[in-house]
Design a protein around this ligand. Sequence first.
Ligand code: IMP
Length: 428
Amino acid sequence: MPALVLLGAQWGDEGKGKATDLLGGSVDYVVRFQGGNNAGHTVVVGDQKYALHLLPSGILSPGCTPVIGNGVVVDPAVLLSELRGLNERGVDTSKLLLSGNAHLITPYHTEIDKVTERFLGKRRIGTTGRGIGPTYADKINRVGIRVQDLFDESILRQKVDAALDFKNQVLAKLYNRRSVSAEQVVEELLGYADQLAGYVCDTTLVLNDAIDDGKVVLFEGGQGTLLDVDHGTYPFVTSSNPTAGGACTGAGVGPTRISRVIGILKAYTTRVGAGPFPTELLDEDGEKLRTIGGEKGVTTGRDRRCGWFDAVIARYATRVNGLTDFFLTKLDVLTGWERIPVCVAYEVEGRRVTELPYNQSDFHHAKPVYEYLPGWSEDITKATSFADLPKNAQGYVRALEEMSGAPVSAIGVGPGRDETIQLRSFLD
Ligand code: IMP
């Protein structure tokens, strides 16, 4: 049975939590493969709303095993506090599996993230300040601390000492900050060891065995395609690969094992943090999208930048991820506009381009070319089938599908778990 990848097709916050949770009942394993607690999933179950940052949203489905793969960066304090929060609300979290190869976000990573942003001034990325970039940098520099290091005090001590030898020089001499005590960091990390030990295993083995056994495995991306460190709007990106290939490296499964790649696509566009955004609206329409769509970051509480749907980006996401389907979310937010602009191409220095410019300056200067689709005013939140949607809402979905290069298999028409129209199963 299928191994599915579910990922953001824009700049993140497309409503992945809802999509994952919708599938949760039929899925055996939900796996996070990159990012850390910079992600934010809001999942609504009945009248309960859950905000998850690090844990896979499948943790809310009783039959499902949640997995944190090797490609994730884990802040152990956040992980334990998220687990405690769920336990207090009666959610059983005992099935969680955590890769021993995942890297740990330590207090010095968070500190370096914050001071670097301050140092960059107006060139700052607008990171979430959670230590994500510095932790991945250490991983690539081969000076990172992994989950398995928690269980070998001597190795842990050596690694923290070695990392801080250099970092304390940078903190003190470059950023004029106090140095970090290696002893304190080691003590803090050792304090997490017993609490995490029961979750740690070789997750690549478990997942490959699960696929061999015909289980349904869902790989859940954090952030989105345009925040990918290779394929996004570099340098205004996160430090991992939220695109489909990231599922393979970040979970230890081969590309031949993946059967479907589903892109979550918001019916308009949002982005948090700095960087280019051709369809951004700085007017009343942008404010209206933000208010109706509740566009505030789950992790940072920052207002999201809002704009019209961008088909150039959607087509790009189809290409770099090999998308087989789209889950179109938040269609209800567009109710009430007489006509809805959709960006079909860009104008770059007087030329019309229909593919994402690979040159960063061209993308920074890209101006949206809009087509206008007729809007609708009827409430669509109670629609349960495509036929229930007003004709113009149907037309909007079909037009987006045509422009974006993959079929729309589900449509979100409201925040609730049931407020979704499914056109085609994701599990065929
Ligand atoms: P970092 O991931 O904290 O290093 O932040 C890098 C960029 O990615 C910033 O623009 C963040 O706002 C953005 N970012 C990180 N996580 C998310 C997310 O889950 N949704 C949307 N944007 C995100």
